[in-house]
Design a protein around this ligand. Structure first.
Ligand code: SAH
Ligand code: SF4
Length: 442
């Protein structure tokens, strides 16, 4: 979602004469868009700000124009005034619900005002004020349909930093999707902190489910692929499971975080569902779409997690089999219920558990990818490859693929044969017939 937000920040600033640059030394303004989900992320922000302050000082001593600095996102939201005190050289601190006001906040900053802080949760949605998506997005784009969360998992800061759950109206989502498609986008990934809780108001005045929204998006000419992330297992409604059977555009890959495999831990996390509920849900999804691959998030070392609890997580991973996954050591977030639970797990134990879990997940990922060797897969080609003469893209199962081919393939689909499963991607080749056909056309 931060990638999407950063893109929208670019859109907001564009009418005010700002254009993005890859070189921080050239910038007039640096916006650090931040994540607060784990402690490390917040500390990284302050060290980055330290570096930017030095850069700004260096430029001033060279007589160059002043560098403006803003911090956006959830660290800004959580720290607010405290951040303005710790880093008084900042111009603006703005939370995730206020970045559409960035130009105005920057203009309000004077020597006398000091850093301008905006972390309120406005009653009107920022989406009503954002310009229509203008920035060139490539062939694959994110589209936020839902924000915030009302689930209050006991470890998580999202309900506090992103605020209460809020779904965008169907018409607004469809309009943004059409605009993206007109700019060459062929794959849409619908975003939300709890995306399958989507319940936006439809043109008929009723509340639409995510499944219904997906079906409407699938009707747009030029939408080849649809995905959504991140979903909560307890919000996998029957119509959404059915959509995996019925909508060919809905890709056979689902990120469905489970967090842990022990019912005791799941309950302490307030996840509202047992490990067996998750197993049954996966069975239903695979019955709807037999080639569905799954990804998940895991937290190890949640307060009170015993060796047996952790073994239950490994058992769940073995039972389900994941194509990929993200796993984290539990990070204590001030203000969340779990932060004050007894039985905080020692750092060394967390590290050891994370190693074991990641070794298992990495084995599963490798065998998932290895099973594709020798097969033909369809790739949405989204960029030039790292080596000259190569292009790269993603399979339906979200695997990165690279193969030899002309840059003209970028933005389109290609069917390739997988030659090898490398550590982070598949190496493939275009069948000769395909090359001849394309060559004849050229
Ligand atoms: N809404 C999604 C997750 C959003 S946060 C869901 O319900 O699954 C992304 C991931 O960060 C979470 O799935 C969780 O695995 C991890 N995470 C969140 N808070 C954390 C914390 N305090 N410590 C460690 N990992 C955390
Ligand atoms: Fe956080 Fe996801 Fe739980 Fe919401 S559902 S509180 S975003 S982990």
């Amino acid at each position: 979602m931060n990638v999407y937000d950063s893109q929208r920040i670019v859109d907001v600033l564009a009418p005010h004469g700002y254009a993005p640059t890859d070189t921080v030394d050239d910038a007039d303004l640096v916006v650090v868009n931040t994540c607060h989900i784990r402690e490390k992320a917040a500390e990284k922000v302050y060290s980055e700000l330290g570096r930017l302050r030095q850069l700004s000082g260096r430029r001033e001593s060279e007589g160059k124009p002043r560098l403006s600095l803003a911090v956006a996102g959830c660290v800004a939201q959580a720290e607010g005034e405290a951040m303005a005190r710790r880093a008084p050289f900042l111009d603006v601190v703005v939370g995730p619900q206020g970045y559409h006001r960035l130009p105005e906040l920057l203009a309000r900053r004077t020597r006398a005002s000091g850093c301008v802080v905006e972390t309120s949760f406005p009653t009107d949605s920022k989406f009503d004020h954002l310009p229509t998506a203008a920035s060139p997005a490539g062939v694959s784009a994110f589209l936020t349909v839902q924000e915030g969360c009302d689930r209050f998992c006991t470890f998580c800061v999202v309900p506090y930093t992103r605020g209460a759950e809020d779904s965008r109206p169907v018409a607004a989502v469809i309009a943004e999707a059409k605009e993206l498609v007109a700019n060459g986008v062929r794959e849409l990934t619908l975003l939300g902190q709890n995306v399958n809780a989507y319940h936006g108001v439809g043109p008929d005045g009723r509340s639409w489910s995510l499944a219904r929204l997906l079906a409407a998006l699938a009707e747009i000419d030029g939408v080849w692929r649809l995905r959504y992330t991140t979903s909560h297992p307890a919000d996998m409604a029957d119509d959404l499971i059915r959509a995996h059977r019925e909508l060919p555009q809905l890709m056979p890959f689902l990120h469905l975080p489970v967090q842990a495999g022990s019912d005791r831990v799941l309950e302490a996390m307030n996840r509202r569902g047992s490990a067996d509920d998750y197993r049954r849900l996966v069975d239903r999804l695979r019955r709807a779409r037999p080639d569905l691959a799954l990804s998940s998030d895991f937290i190890v070392g949640f307060p009170g997690e015993s060796d047996a609890d952790f073994e239950a997580t490994l058992a769940l991973v073995r039972d389900v089999g994941f194509a990929q996954a993200f796993s984290f050591k539990y990070s204590r977030r001030p203000g969340t219920p779990a932060a004050v639970l007894r039985g905080q797990v020692a750092e060394a134990v967390k590290a050891e558990r994370l190693d074991r879990l990641q070794a298992l997940l990495s084995d599963q990922q490798q065998s998932f990818n290895a099973a594709f060797v020798g097969q033909q897969v369809e790739v949405l080609v989204d960029r030039p490859g790292r080596k000259p003469g190569q292009v790269a893209g993603r399979t339906a199962h979200l695997q990165a693929v690279h193969f030899d081919g002309p840059a003209t393939l970028v933005g389109g689909r290609a069917v390739v044969k997988v030659l090898a499963a490398e550590r982070h991607s598949l190496r493939a080749t275009r069948p000769a017939a395909d090359r001849v056909a394309l060559g004849a056309v050229a």
